[in-house]
Design a protein around this ligand. Sequence first.
Ligand SMILES: Cc1cc2nc3c(=O)[nH]c(=O)nc-3n(C[C@H](O)[C@H](O)[C@H](O)COP(=O)(O)OP(=O)(O)OC[C@H]3O[C@@H](n4cnc5c(N)ncnc54)[C@H](O)[C@@H]3O)c2cc1C
Length: 446
Amino acid sequence: MAIQNNRLTAEQYEQNFSDIHPPFETQNAALVEANRCLFCYDAPCTKSCPTSIDVPKFIKQITSGNIKGSAHTIFSSNIMGAGCSRVCPVEKLCEGSCVFNLMDEPPIPIAKLQRYSTEKAMENNWQLFERKPSTGKKVAIVGAGPAGLSCAHVLSKEGVDVTIYEKESKGGGLMTYGIAAYKVTPQFCEEEVNYITAIGGIEIKYNQELGKDISLAQLKKEYDAVFLGIGVGIARQLEIPGEKLEGVVDAIQFIYDLRAKGYPTVPVGDKVAVIGMGMTAIDAATQAKRLGAKEVTIVYRRTKDEMPCTQHELDIAMLDGCEIIWLAAPKKVKSEKGKVKSLVCSKMQMGEPDASGRRSPVDTGETFTLEVDMVIKAAGQTPYEKLIKKFNIQHSAFKIKTDNCATNIKGVFAGGDAVNGGKEVVDAVQAGKDGARAILKYLKLC
Ligand SMILES: Cc1cc2nc3c(=O)[nH]c(=O)nc-3n(C[C@H](O)[C@H](O)[C@H](O)COP(=O)(O)OP(=O)(O)OC[C@H]3O[C@@H](n4cnc5c(N)ncnc54)[C@H](O)[C@@H]3O)c2cc1C
């Protein structure tokens, strides 16, 4: 069988893409875990959260039955606290720094407790924040991803009228169009966007692309300030022969199609090679397997020590049966009748450290061939070069350069992946908060 769609039954798709971190089944189960917390005074969990959620406080509120208060504590620091409870790599953040790890005991399941409170808040539509009276100031935000939404919420709370311009037909950014469905469903993402914007004073204009439907000059003229939360959208090319063959796909597009069009419609091969070892590569590999691919091999040019994904993510891929080949770089995709037949890889070895102390992979000159019928490229993303050039925005390797969130263009601010080059949702949320504060200062509202 070659690359094809609709491989599984509806039940199999449902099962394969079901919630990877299910919630507590009972209130008692949540209370038992909440009561294990030591409520550390110096709270390493809070310190390791990029949005500084007061973890001991929200857990204490759960123990006393104050779920509304607990949700308020979370959302005050992170308005996407519900989404983050499902997608954050907590093993390297809050849970990774829980003191129980030092005692060889399981850490407090902070994400699950955070989900417990925030889910209740969303289910019951508890509106926990009130918008100040309008200041008459107007801000345009480009991009309804985590950075844009978080920026919008802070500004709206302070009485600023916000209009978000989003090129897609749904909000949430990569939460909606990128992150694996077994972490968050498109339906949840839609509910989260609605919950955030329910504060009022935020209008999202969908299918409006900056650079196509609207220009930066227009936004600058019509609004008091602009925030760019456009993320990094385009997959990096491999620059190898055969890259344009049928059966070679871009991981971002593959995952986008899964999210936007539904699992059965997305074609997958029998034998799939995934290039890269970041979060995107892991998500593409595991989802290819869950779509019905028989063999999935992840090819990475460095060693495990340098891999950008976490051990937890690697474990997910391995538990799904994905194979890993370390120290291998794609060299050529070969075809038969125009379709992918195999992937030729170079064997690599790690070189001497350079001036920065970083070791780079070096080609040994030896090759090997993987028989595959599909290649998924997940070797990183490149920022929106054309857009950044078009508007003369200062950048460093096309990551927007900012000084306290301000770009080189007066009144234009930026944050999230577009500035940091691609981190995590929780970082983008914090960048949105920082951007909003910088804008409030610029507008002399604080
Ligand atoms: C495959 C994949 C899996 C990931 N998995 C995780 C995970 O499990 N956990 C985690 O924490 N993080 C994960 N991340 C990273 C996380 O999704 C991002 O760090 C986060 O979404 C960045 O938020 P952002 O708002 O800066 O950008 P984005 O989420 O990319 O949002 C940018 C928004 O701007 C819009 N836009 C872009 N250009 C324009 C334009 N010209 N005009 C109008 N609108 C525009 C886009 O459509 C989008 O809605 C993953 C990323 C990828 C690619």
